[in-house]
Design a protein around this ligand. Structure first.
Ligand code: ADE
Length: 274
């Protein structure tokens, strides 16, 4: 059994679509939702990761499906929602967790890399949310949680993702206002420095910078995938019925505490490799 403070059966009959659901925070969220009774659809680019996620959830007694989806591509998003509806008949929850970025001094970010990050983290998030709204939520309402980042003081060395996540923070408010009349709630979670599977994709010098930075918050440690998932599950739950257009920081107070990664550390961070 997973650690959860929510009551068993809370999400019986609910269907949750989680982008980037095969790994990290997305998978941890999917596991918790499934344990609480939801049927989860793991969406992502790599079927192998999605299948591994489904195997974990099924072993825990949950119901899970996979849909291969690249949120950067219009046709892929359209067919992802179509397949989800074929599989489960409806969607109640959308967790926009898929994202990607790479460290680089801003003056060296190539257009292709910039566009890739914006198209995934900002545009991909917008267009899959729009598709779910048009196909499902417009008629029956629904709940969305966007996963963003601690970019409140900028995001040096990853300016592209900072700009994209700030965009999603703002989008969260616009959509919450526009779609409230359809019964849609939309919120965001802004994780701080999390010990997630994504950390392992960074090169060792950069990872070390993150390890040190991860202590600079009022918990004195990095957060866990479980702690971020709990915030997402809370915002999806009836406990958050009166909350919309809000961004919940799950960061140990990092945004209040910390200085940004010091400029003298920037040289240790990897550069974009095409
Ligand atoms: N995870 C990271 N990038 C993604 C993308 N473009 N589509 C779906 N999941 C992703």
């Amino acid at each position: 059994m997973l650690n959860t403070i929510f009551k068993q059966g809370l999400f019986n009959e609910k269907v949750a679509l989680i982008t980037g659901g095969g790994t990290g925070i997305g998978l941890r969220t999917a596991r918790e939702l499934a344990q609480l009774g939801a049927t989860v659809i793991l969406a992502g680019r790599k079927l192998e990761n999605l299948n591994k996620g489904v195997a974990i959830i099924e072993k825990e007694g949950g119901k899970a499906h996979t849909v291969v989806c690249n949120i950067r591509e219009e046709e892929s998003v359209r067919s992802c929602i179509e397949k989800s509806l074929e599989l489960c008949g409806t969607i109640d929850f959308l967790v926009n967790n898929a994202g990607g970025q790479f460290p680089s001094p801003s003056e060296m970010i190539p257009r292709k890399g910039w566009n890739a990050v914006i198209e995934t983290n900002l545009s991909g998030t917008f267009f899959i949310t729009q598709e779910v709204f048009n196909k499902v939520f417009e008629k029956k309402g629904g709940t969305v949680v966007n996963v963003i980042a601690n970019m409140w003081k900028g995001f040096p060395m990853m300016s592209h993702t900072g700009a994209a996540r700030a965009g999603v923070d703002n989008l969260t408010k616009s959509l919450a206002v526009e779609w409230a009349k359809y019964g849609v709630r939309i919120n965001a979670v802004a994780p701080g420095t999390i010990r997630s599977s994504g950390l392992e994709t960074y090169d060792p010098a950069f990872k070390q910078v993150i390890e040190e930075f991860g202590k600079k918050n009022y918990a004195g440690r990095m957060g866990t995938e479980e702690e971020v998932a709990a915030a997402i599950v809370f915002l999806l739950s009836p406990a958050a019925a009166y909350i919309t257009g809000e961004t919940l920081k799950a960061d140990g107070g990092e945004w209040l505490y910390s200085h940004l990664i010091a400029p003298e550390e920037h040289g240790k961070m990897a550069e974009w490799k095409d």
